[in-house]
Design a protein around this ligand. Structure first.
Ligand code: PBG
Length: 331
């Protein structure tokens, strides 16, 4: 590999001037690298701050056009929709039936955006029941255990409904065994051969999801933890097995989540499988990066450094809560 030695070889020659540093850059960020999560909530003309995520809001549907307009102008390839489902309005229950309601927030958002923007931007939706269950788990619960096969039946219906409403990329984030194959089969059978599946293949049971659970209103509801379905953060071989299975079952892309503490997993997956890998810089990471730093300039540089790390590790794109402020960050 090394083709010379000091003093004739000096790596600092390449770093001396700005033009040269730019010339030899290996990784960089463009708007194409970002997926913007959007939290939607019932009501009118509201933009509600999420306490643990400064700068991130829940929006009512009448604000969607404004957000999507901005995302398209910024050049983002895709948004990801997440619903805040209100317990007060009795929309949460044990089995998360609101997930299958054709008039739920996600279905309404999908129709609205698709009708207006066609294929100008991709729309991704989570496939999981946690915004809709009274216990905050991603699937059906039986004495504290999340049932696999029974949950898949509901997820297949949730997926089909979202595809019918215009979802471009279904993103099962539930970690049930075998769900990708079942979802693919049902999509194909019903005429949705071109709907993509982005599998949260390596999703860890993480303590970095806290602020997101506040954002979707499942935080205080969650009974126990998600360790009987999401992965143990001590493992990496297991992530490769998960990814291999999901690819076999028909995943078009895979997600590694959380982000920064799992760069090793991104690299492993990228080296072992040649398919698009998406990283999710999750809510807890966002809160840490955003709360810890005040000075504007440092703020921006820290954020860029954290985001470029994903590209260096091999990610094709990043789900990031900063994606709506790229004009300020990347400029
Ligand atoms: C739910 C889901 C979670 C996130 C995305 N989809 C939380 C969880 O699994 O409990 C977390 C995102 C974030 O923390 O930013 N299936």
């Amino acid at each position: 590999m090394i083709t010379g030695k000091y003093p004739s070889l000096r790596l600092r020659r390449g770093r001396k001037n700005d033009w040269s540093r730019r010339l030899i850059q290996e990784n960089n960020l463009t708007p194409n690298d970002f997926i913007l999560p959007i939290f939607v909530i019932d009501g009118k003309n509201k933009k509600i701050p999420i306490k643990s995520m400064p700068g991130v809001y829940r929006y009512t549907l009448d604000k969607l056009s404004y957000l999507v307009d901005k995302a398209i102008k910024a050049g983002l390839p895709m948004i990801a929709l997440f619903p805040y489902t209100e317990k007060k309005k009795k929309k949460k229950n044990l089995t998360g039936t609101e997930a299958l309601n054709e008039d739920n927030l996600i279905c309404k958002s999908l129709q609205l955006i698709k009708q207006k923007y066609k294929n100008e931007i991709g729309i991704m939706c989570d496939v999981a029941l946690d915004p809709y269950t009274s216990h905050g788990h991603d699937g059906l619960l039986n004495s504290g255990y999340v049932l696999n096969d029974e949950t898949i039946e509901v997820l297949v219906r949730q997926s089909l409904l979202q595809a019918q409403m215009g979802c471009d990329v279904l993103a099962p984030s539930d970690m049930m065994d075998g769900r990708i194959g079942r979802i693919r089969k049902s999509l194909d059978k019903n005429g949705y051969q071109m709907t993509q599946i982005l599998s949260y293949a390596a999703k860890y049971a993480s303590s970095f999801y806290g602020p997101f659970r506040e954002a979707v209103g499942s935080k205080n509801l969650l009974k126990g933890n998600k360790k009987n379905y999401q992965m143990d953060f001590r493992n990496s071989n297991e992530a490769l097995r998960e990814v291999a299975l999901d690819i076999k079952e028909g995943a078009d892309m895979v997600m590694v989540k959380p982000g920064l503490p799992y760069l090793d997993i991104i690299r492993l997956v990228k080296d072992n499988f040649k398919l698009p890998v998406i990283a999710y810089q999750v809510s807890g990471e966002y809160s840490l990066l955003t709360n810890g730093i005040r000075n504007d300039l440092i703020d921006k540089n820290v954020i860029i450094e954290s985001l470029v790390a994903f590209k260096r590790a091999g990610a094709n794109a990043i789900v990031s809560y900063y994606a709506d402020r790229l004009d300020k960050i990347l400029k």
